[in-house]
Design a protein around this ligand. Sequence first.
Ligand code: FES
Ligand SMILES: [Fe+2]
Length: 401
Amino acid sequence: MNAPTGRPQCGHTQAFGLDTGPVSTAPVIQPEFFEREREAIFRHQWFNLLKRADEIPNPGDFFVRDIEVLGTSVVVARGPDGQVRAFHNVCTHRGNRLVRAADGCVKGWQCDFHGWTFATDGTVQFVPDEGQFFDLDKSKMGLPSVHLDTWAGFLFVNFDATPRQTLEQAMGDFNQDLKPFPFDQMICAGRWRYHVKANWKVTMNAFQEGYHVAFVHKRSAPDAFTGTDNPYCNISHMKLQPNGNQHLSVPGNPAHDLSPTEQIAFKFGSTFTQGTGGRGAYPGTQQDKSDDWGFELNILFPFSRINVGAGWYYLDAFWPVSQNETVYELAYYFPKPKSAAEMISQEFSKIVLRDLSREDLYTNEVTQRALNSGAIKNITLSDQEAAVRHLYRTVERLVGR
Ligand code: FES
Ligand SMILES: [Fe+2]
């Protein structure tokens, strides 16, 4: 059976109190709207850094993340005391960018302008020619901190002086619905970044519905997510939260005809295209809500996701850069492979996901170009695209129309 069994009788749109009218293209083609999003949303949100605290396990481990939409850069480091902290990546002497490396393990960082040195807990360690300064109190010159918190082991930062809500509050129903997933039993197996010439919402929209699957992915996934009972990949279960978070269960087709490579891959591990494949239920999923469960998309408003399947998960984010530019980043997690065969199986799954994503991203760019022409003023959405509508309505509510 490959029918959307978890769909409410009245449809998703009505079930979540959404309207059925047209959706304006202004929020994706107007640079002024992007500026308003920056002030109303991005300055206050928790940013999912797509990394786990256990990926920087040792004192001195660090990584840098540039947050382009806020024109800033953050360093996340495990200090000598074992605590993980986040700092603005700026030297407190005259404001030089302090850390140039993307990641590493160090005792501290030396600014390459005048040599001030900082420990990985943010404290100043050494100031060259210190006697030339006036009343310099080094204990007050540490790196400016950024709010950092973890959820299920994932690192998040918030640049507000006082965050409007805690990370736990921002996660909403995911605290019950998603947190029990065994995230800590899997490790990062691959990471990609793509620069996309499209608005962040246009880019994300292609990942919020199954309607496009039969067309955009007709060659790469001809029957993995679509079948005779569900030819247009209707989402089997949806939960749209008032805070903008979304859950979508993507259907899998139990009658999916495995390619020879896929048969080998599935023998040694879980693959992206196989659904449960009889491998049992995972905690922290909504498998029991539909008979055709394939995998799940969990969108943390505004633009990052924690997507889970049977034996894998991937994190991704649609990092806004400008009205017309987005960086799409994806990190794939699997159980640590115990054999070369398991590793090959995981590589297969990674490549399938990579190819599917590229097909989506290409479509996003040409869609954005067509929207920028101004030829249409609204987009028209079906019930299967309720999550797309929900995103626009949430953004409009926060930013204003
Ligand atoms: S700006 Fe960093 S030492 Fe001067
Ligand atoms: Fe897609």
